[in-house]
Design a binder for this molecule. Structure first.
Ligand code: SF4
Length: 377
C-alpha cells in the first residue's frame, strides 16, 4: 500500500518517480482495496500489508488508525491482517511509537550505516545530512521498546565497508538488517555497482562472517533467507499449470500493490509507477471500480504475465539456482535487460546467487560435524 508517493527527503539513489508529489491515500481507497481483495477471493488466513513506496510517516497517524480499523473490519475474522511500515525514521516521535506498539506494527528503518556512509546519499532536498535525525528516530523506538529492523542500501561508497556497517549496527543496537544492493530501477537508470559482482560477494562474505560470530546480536536477512532456501528449498506452487518454486513476484496477486489513488499492480511492487513501450503502464485497474481478479482476463495483464512466465522458463532452463530462487525479480529483468523474457540479471547475481553460494559454503563446512554427529548417534 502506498499511503503517499511523497518523501520528506531526497536520496540520490531513489527509484520513485513521484517523491515530490504530496498526494495521500483516502479512506475510500483503503476500504476499496481490502474489500476488493476479499470479494476477488484473494484473502487467505493471513494478509501482510506493507506501507511503503514514499515516506509513510508523511501521512498522519490518524490515517493509519482509521486504515487499520477499516482493513480489519473488511477482511473479517478469518483473515489476520499484519501491518509493516518502511520508514526513513526521521519523523518518528513518541506518538508514532505509541501507535506502533498499540497496533503491533512491524517497523523497518532505512539506514545505510555510520554517518559518513549514510549521509553520502541520504540527504534532504537542500542537500543536508539526515543521519542524526534517523538515529534520533531509532533511539525513540529503542526507548519505547519497539522491535525494528534496518535496511541498508549498498553502493560503491560502502561495498568495501562491511566492517564499518556491522560495527555501526552492533554499537547502535540494531538487531537485524537487510541489504539492498544499489539497483538500476525506475528513475534510477544506473547502479553504482554495475560490474562489481566480486566486490558485492566479498561484502556479503565479510558481513556473514561477522554476523555469524554474534548470532544473538545481529540477524542478517540475506544470510537467513539463503540458508533457509538451501536447507529447506522453496515451497512449490502451480503457476499456469506448471509446478514452480513459490516466488510472490511471479504469482498473480501474491504481491499486489495499490497506489495512493487506487491503481493496482501485481508482481514486482516497483512496477506500479513505471511505464514501458510494450505494455504502457503496469496498473491493471483501479480498486474503486470492478473486481481486481477480473484483470486476469485483460489483454494488458496477459501480455505482462505471459512475458514474466517466459522469463521464468528461461530461468528454469538455464539457471542452477532456480529451485531456490523461483525466477527472481521481473522488474529487474525489465529495467536491466529491457525484457521480462530473460533469465539472469546483475540484481540476481549480486543479491540472490552470491548469498546462496555463501550459505552453501557455510552449510558444507558444517557437514563433517553433522556427519560425525549422525555416525555417533
Ligand atoms: S538466480 Fe537469476 S537467473 Fe537464476 S532463477 Fe533466479 S532470477 Fe533466474
Amino acid at each position: 500500500m502506498q499511503p503517499t508517493p511523497f518523501c520528506n527527503i531526497a536520496c540520490d539513489y531513489c527509484y520513485l518517480a513521484e517523491r515530490d508529489v504530496a498526494r495521500f491515500m483516502s479512506d475510500d481507497v483503503v476500504r476499496a482495496a481490502i474489500r476488493n481483495a476479499r470479494d476477488s477471493g484473494l484473502l487467505g488466513r493471513e494478509l501482510n500489508v506493507v506501507w511503503h513506496a514514499g515516506e509513510p510517516l508523511a501521512a498522519p497517524a490518524a490515517f493509519y488508525e482509521r486504515a487499520f480499523d477499516i482493513m480489519a473490519e473488511e477482511a473479517g475474522a478469518a483473515t489476520a491482517v499484519r501491518h509493516s511500515i518502511q520508514t526513513n525514521a526521521m519523523l518518528i516521535d513518541e506518538r508514532w511509537c505509541e501507535l506502533f506498539r498499540r497496533r503491533n506494527v512491524h517497523v523497518g528503518v532505512s539506514v545505510d550505516g555510520p554517518a559518513e556512509i549514510h549521509d553520502r546519499h541520504r540527504k534532504t532536498r537542500d542537500g543536508r545530512p539526515t543521519h542524526a535525525r534517523v538515529m534520533h528516530g531509532i533511539e525513540q523506538l529503542q526507548r519505547a521498546g519497539i522491535a525494528f529492523d534496518a535496511i541498508a542500501v549498498v553502493t560503491d561508497g560502502s561495498v568495501e565497508r562491511a566492517d564499518a556497517i556491522v560495527d555501526f549496527c552492533l554499537a547502535a543496537g540494531i538487531p537485524a538488517i537487510g541489504f539492498n544492493v544499489d539497483e538500476q530501477e525506475g528513475v534510477r537508470t544506473n547502479s553504482s555497482l554495475a560490474g562489481a559482482d566480486a566486490s558485492v560477494a566479498a561484502f556479503f562474505e565479510r558481513v556473514f562472517e561477522r554476523a555469524a560470530a554474534v548470532p544473538d546480536q545481529l540477524r542478517v536477512r540475506e544470510l537467513h533467507e539463503a540458508v533457509g532456501r538451501v536447507a529447506a528449498g522453496l515451497p512449490v506452487v502451480t503457476v499456469a499449470g506448471q509446478p514452480t518454486p513459490a516466488n510472490p513476484q511471479v504469482v498473480p496477486f501474491a504481491t499486489t500493490t495499490v497506489d495512493c489513488v487506487g491503481r493496482f499492480s501485481c508482481f514486482s511492487p516497483e512496477l506500479i509507477d513505471q511505464r514501458h513501450a510494450d505494455y504502457g503502464s503496469f496498473d491493471f485497474g483501479d480498486v474503486l471500480h470492478g473486481l481486481m481478479i477480473d484483470a486476469l482476463a485483460t489483454d494488458r495483464f496477459a501480455a505482462v504475465f505471459d512475458d514474466i512466465l517466459a522469463g521464468n522458463e528461461a530461468c528454469r532452463n538455464a539457471c542452477p539456482y532456480f529451485s531456490v530462487c523461483g525466477g527472481g525479480s521481473p522488474v529487474n529483468k525489465l529495467n536491466e535487460r529491457g525484457s521480462f523474457r530473460v533469465a539472469e540479471t546483475r540484481y540476481c547475481r549480486q543479491t540472490i546467487q552470491a548469498p546462496i553460494e555463501l550459505a552453501m559454503q557455510a552449510l558444507e563446512a558444517e557437514l563433517p560435524a553433522v556427519r560425525a554427529a549422525i555416525a555417533i548417534g
